[in-house]
Each structure stands twice: as C-alpha cells, then as structure tokens.
Design a protein around this ligand. Structure first.
Ligand SMILES: Nc1ncnc2c1ncn2[C@@H]1O[C@H](COP(=O)(O)OP(=O)(O)OP(=O)(O)O)[C@@H](O)[C@H]1O
Ligand SMILES: [Mg+2]
Length: 257
C-alpha cells in the first residue's frame, strides 16, 4: 500500500499560485528528497503534508486517509531548531508524548534509546544552550521520532550547520533511517545531499511549483564518503543541477531586485 499520495495538489497564496497539480506517490519506507529553486513551494508542500496548510484543489492522502490537519502520524523537523530553552534534552524530546498524554516509564525508556540512537546518550540533562548546532538538530530528530510517526517530514534540517557537521549528520541520518526505515520526505537545496540520502529525488520547478522530474537513485547502501566520488553519483548530481539551473538563476535574480 502506498504511504503518501499527492493527488493533484494545487495551492495559492492570494494571487500567487505556489503549487500546481502536484501528483506524486511515496511508497512505504521510501526516503524521498525534494529539491528545487528557492520559492518553488517545497516548504509549502511539506506544510500541506503536515496539515499546517490546506489544499485549494486536490488532496494529500496518508494510507488512503485524506490529510485535513496536523497529527501524530507525521513528525516534522524544521530548518532552525525549535527546542524549548528551559527544557533539557530529555524534556524536549518527550514533549510530543507529553502532549498526547502518553508519557510513561516504558515510553521514557524508549526515548532514552532513541537519544542513544541519534548519538546523544549521556546528554539527556543538558539544556539547548549547552549544545552545538548539530546536537540541537539531533534533538529535533529524536523529538520527531519519539512520537513514532508514520512519516518523517524534514525541511532543510542541516542547512544551518557547517559543511563538516552537515556531512556527519547526513551519514547519521542514513544510519538512523536504516534502523527504522520510516517513510521520509526531505527538503534540501543541496543536490549532493539529496542524492546521497534518497531512494528518489523529486525535482520541482517554479512559478508555479510543480513536479518536473522524478529520479530514482540506485546507488548501493549504506552510502559513505566514497559514494560521493563515484562517477554515477557525480553524474546524477550533474543531471539534477542541469534540470534546475535556469530556474535557480532566475530565482536568484528575482530575489536581488
Ligand atoms: N503564508 C504565506 N503567505 C503568502 N505567501 C506565502 C506563504 N508561504 C509561502 N508563500 C509564498 O509561496 C512561495 C513558495 O514558498 P515556499 O516557502 O514554499 O518556497 P520554498 O521552495 O520552500 O523556498 P526556499 O527554498 O527558499 O525555502 C513563495 O513565493 C512565498 O513567498
Ligand atoms: Mg523552504
């Protein structure tokens, strides 16, 4: 059964048509990356899947149920960490369970194991201000996983990190994903990040945002630094860049005006 289906999603903000007739299907357990020029509607698409925006036309279905609002079957990791500064790592991670009234001893143990999984074992009692940017994003990831969602939605989660930390986080995310094989929809500007992580890369075009191409990434897993030097990897990155290059140049020019 397909996990996530966008059936002709169309969305405008006022006169601006942001997404037009987006048809796509993401299978159970697939890691799908979404790339495209700034302003093509990636965040809007993700927010609609999250139930934070509504569709004008068409609909999104999760396991054949139409999405009409936010729910615990979807976990969201944003670009900037959204941790509560007065709460420890552990207290931040359990916040979703707490809100759902599901925090008990067994769940707390599961969360502790999750923190180990994302490499934060031993940091449970630290406060956000005592963590590096990479560690804060690990907490965000653990928090999204703690509610045991069916789908993980990630909007440029590593873009605020330096290049080396980002490389490490890509490898870590791959490792965590291999453990649970959740369905992931991952937005990024960085094409090499998309190719490194994903089973499929969806390329969006802008004005209006729409699906331009759906590219399967058949590189063997687990992938590592050497993967990025393989000719197939370089060729895929090149191919995707050529697809969006014109749009990206235009979007940069428009933003400068
Ligand atoms: N709440 C809103 N109200 C009005 N316009 C909006 C709103 N949210 C997004 N937009 C507009 O929709 C368009 C798409 O925005 P969106 O944030 O989805 O793009 P994006 O692909 O995520 O861009 P980026 O790569 O820069 O993050 C932009 O032109 C933006 O100004
Ligand atoms: Mg965005």
């Amino acid at each position: 059964m397909s996990k996530l289906v966008s059936d002709g999603l169309t969305k405008s903000f006022g006169d601006l048509k942001v997404l037009e007739n987006v048809h796509l299907t993401i299978e159970d357990g697939e890691f799908v990356a979404l790339v495209g020029p700034s302003g093509c509607g990636k965040t809007t698409f993700l927010r609609t899947v999250a139930g934070l925006e509504s569709a004008d036309e068409g609909a999104i279905y999760l396991n054949e149920h139409q999405i009409t609002g936010p729910g615990r079957d979807r976990g969201f990791v944003f670009q900037q960490d959204s941790l509560l500064p007065w709460r420890t790592v552990m207290e931040n991670t359990v916040v979703g369970l707490e809100l759902a009234g599901k925090l008990n001893g067994a769940e707390a143990e599961r969360v502790r194991a999750l923190l180990d999984l994302v490499g934060l074992g031993g940091f449970e009692n630290y406060y956000p201000r005592q963590l590096s940017g990479g560690m804060r994003q690990r907490v965000n990831l653990a928090r999204a996983l703690a509610i045991d969602p069916k789908v993980l939605l990630m909007d440029e989660p590593f873009s605020a990190l330096d290049a080396q930390t980002r490389e490490i986080m890509q490898a870590e995310l791959q490792r965590v994903w291999e453990e649970g094989r959740k369905t992931v929809l991952f937005v990024t500007h960085q094409i090499d990040e998309a190719v490194f992580l994903a089973d499929r890369v969806l390329v969006f075009a802008r004005r209006p945002g729409r699906l331009l191409e759906d590219i399967r990434i058949d590189l063997p897993r687990p992938r590592n630094m050497a993967t990025k030097r393989r000719p197939e990897f370089v060729a895929l990155v090149d191919r995707i860049w050529k697809l969006i290059e014109k749009d990206v140049r235009e979007s940069v020019l428009i933003e400068k005006i």
